[in-house]
Every structure is written in structure tokens, then in C-alpha cells.
Design a protein around this ligand. Sequence first.
Ligand code: GDP
Length: 478
Amino acid sequence: TINGSREPDTPRDKLIGGLLTADFDESSCLSRYHQSLFYRKPSPYKPSEYLVSKLRRYEILHKRCGPDTKAYKEATKNLGNDEIYVGDCRYIVWLAGYGLGNRMLTIASVFLYALLTERIILVDNRKDVSDLFCEPFPGTSWLLPLDFPLMNYTYRYNKEYSRCYGTMLSNNAINSTSVLPHLYLHILHDSRDHDKMFFCQNDQSLIDKVPWLIVKANVYFAPSLWLNQDFQTELVKLFPQKETVFHHLARYLFHPTNQVWAMVTSYYNAHLSRADERLGIQIRVFRNDAGYFQHIMDQVVSCTQREKLLPELTTQEESKVNISISPKLEAVLVVSLYPEYSERLKNMFWRQKTSTRETIKVYQPSGERVQQTDKKLHDQKALAEMYLLSLTDNIVTSARSTFGYVSYSLGGLKPWLLYQPTDLITPDPPCVRSTSMEPCFLTPPSHGCDADWGTNSGKIVPFVRHCEDIMYGGLKLY
Ligand code: GDP
């Protein structure tokens, strides 16, 4: 519980302003309702009525079209033979790839696209999705059945595949009158503009008729959907506060399983709950020889002191003069693959007094050293740490890390972003405070759709702009 006990006189909204449905059994997935009841401060961002009603309508649609329904059987019956299906359920299949942060950002983007286009999202469950997350939609499943006919060919889902939309477009192989049984969308860091523009109005008029879309993605493409005028009208109603897209969708979709939630809550109760203030620091090192680096440690110290997130250290003499009434306890949660960062920080505050006489306690839940995506316990630790970070009061994350993006956005926090260092030099300034809690779309289209063709994609609408934490491009909602 927050600060050890739940205040009985503050009614907490377990359904987060209607974002969540009450139709789930509580014990099968404790995190779903317990997060908002016991662990999270109420978010200052409320979901719109329109989003709430859209989600309830989506849940009905998913129940009607999802796995184990007549509609799903019909829709998949002749898919292997490339026959067209003409029922009224249309689907979008998300394929797993890359790290957990990437996966969560792309599931949310695909789900948003599904909401806008009235498709059903189904997620690839050959990896460990179900060990990480509970089902988000009541009375049905979001997991793609393992016998889905097009899953035998996952190796072919790449830019060379003849049903890859971008490839078809660049080969002029698209005929506006023909309808295809399925299409593959390639939305990765190496996508070409033809792949990235699938959401534009012209493209959508054809794609909309295709019953099955298969998507492989590793970037948060939600910001680009706002560049389509038709979607934009709907998106503004769904998210009047534009920077809340991932914040709301993540709290709706991602509920850690009981195993993961036990990791989160036991760690939180043991180390963070009693603190007066919690600071989260995520340190991601994007280098081939990744590990502990002094220039990164210096950057973390410099950023947190400059921004007054951590107190300065002082000599014994000075600290005697500085009498504070009751020393504050600040818990610092360091999250990194490398345990050395928290060890150094711990030593720093252990040996010297702070200028404010605050007590600083430093914790790091794990130090896995290497990324081991698809190993169940490793991924569960990663998810638990993202959630723990999201429960802090202030957060510092590494530029361009999707792990960091998920953590701050889930928590509704505007982060301090640590610039990515070049060579072995501490960047100056070390970090920047973001004005938005949205994740960044790291490799967006360089320009807009149809009417905006040729215009820099960060200059088309005032609320979709370039990100603070990367040098070139990058799109983010503000
Ligand atoms: P990104 O590479 O920073 O954009 O984030 P991703 O989450 O997509 O991929 C990095 C993966 O490496 C994570 O999913 C974890 O598997 C692992 N990883 C990276 N940093 C950490 C960390 O601080 N803690 C843990 N437990 N795992 C991490």
C-alpha cells in the first residue's frame, strides 16, 4: 500500500474512471484492480467518456469475432488457400519481436489502429506473452490460436514478401479494385517510406477491405496515425489530452500476471513504500561493449543534482550547521542491466552526508547483464521493473529506450531524459525534462500523407512534433 496503509476515507477508483471493465474475476489477475486501489496515486489524466464507450464497444466486438467463435472459424477456414473471406469481422495480427519495451509499444499502437478501424487485435503467443500479461478483454482471448493458418509461414514476413504492403506499393502491384485475403505490414526501424505510409487516407481505402492484416513492428507508430485527417477527427475525441494515448492504453491493456505482480508488490513493500519520495533512474547503455561506464555514471549524478532530484553531498563540517527538522527519506530505484550503477550511487550517499540531511536509500532489483528476451523469468523481471519505475514520483530515463518510454508513460510521468552520449563523453547538458509523457516514434515517415506530401512530418500538426531525446526525426505527441 502507498505509505504502508490505505487511507479508508479516500475513495479510490478501481476502474480508473471507467477505463477498465468490471467484468473480470479479481483473483485471476490481482494487478488489474489492485494497482489503482493500493499502489498508484490517482492519475491526474482522466480517460474521456468517448474512449470509455469505444472500449466497451470494442470488447463486445472482440467477444463476437475472437478465437473460438463461429466468426473466427469462418474467417480462417480458407485463409491457408488464399481464398477471400467476406464476413464482417476483420483482424490485425501482432507478431512478437524485439525487447519487451518494443513489444508493449507496438501492441498499444496496433490496438489503437484496431480501435480506429474496427478490427480485432490478436497477439502472437508463441513466446511468453501469457506469462507476462493477463487477458485484457473479458469473456474472450486476445491470444492468436497456435494453429492460425498463416503462422506456418512467419519466416516470410519481411520486406521481400510479395504481400508486404510497402513492397507491393513500390512495385505498383496494387490494384484498387482487387481485394486481397491478407496483407503484411512492415513497421520496423528499417521500413521504407512506402511501408510507413500505410495509415494514410489513400492507402487505407484499400487496406481497409483486407480481412487479415499481419504486422511486424518495433516502433511506437501511434503518433503517425494523427497525420491521417479521418483518424485525427476520431483521435481528438478519444484523447482530448493528446499526450495521454499510451498512458491510457497501457493501463487498459497491460495487467501483469499474478506471478509478476507478486514481484512488483513484494519489492515495493520491502523497499519503496515507506519513503517520503521515490526517484526512479533507468540506465540503458546502447553500445556494443555495454556495461559500467564512468561517463554515464557522471551523467546520472550531474543530471539528478542539477535538476534537484538528489541533494548535493557535503562535508561533515557543513552538515553540522545545516539543521533540518525531520530528515526526509528518499528511495532511489535504479533499474539497469548492470548492478555497478546503483552500487556506486549507494557508496556515494553512504560515505557522505547530504546538504539537506535527507536520507537516501538506493535500490536495484536486478542486474541481468545481458538481454535474454523470451526467457520467461528474465522477461518477467523486466516487466516488474518497468512497473516499479512507473510507481515512482520522479523519473530519469535513458534517451531512445523503449523500456524507459513504457515506464514513464505508464506512470503518467514527464521524464528527465538522459541524452545518449557519443564516445566516452558526458553530454552537456546531461539531460532534458520532457514536456510530454508520450513515447517517441523513433523512425517515423519523413513527410506527411497525400495533401501534406513533402512536408516535414514534425511540422504538419502542432501536437505531433520531433522528440527531445533523439537527434533526427522522431515523432511524439505533445
Ligand atoms: P530498449 O532496447 O531499451 O528499447 O528496451 P526493450 O525493453 O525493448 O529491450 C531491452 C530488453 O533488455 C528488455 O526488455 C529486458 O529484457 C532487457 N533489459 C534492458 N534493461 C533492463 C533493465 O534495466 N532491467 C531488466 N530486468 N532488464 C533489462
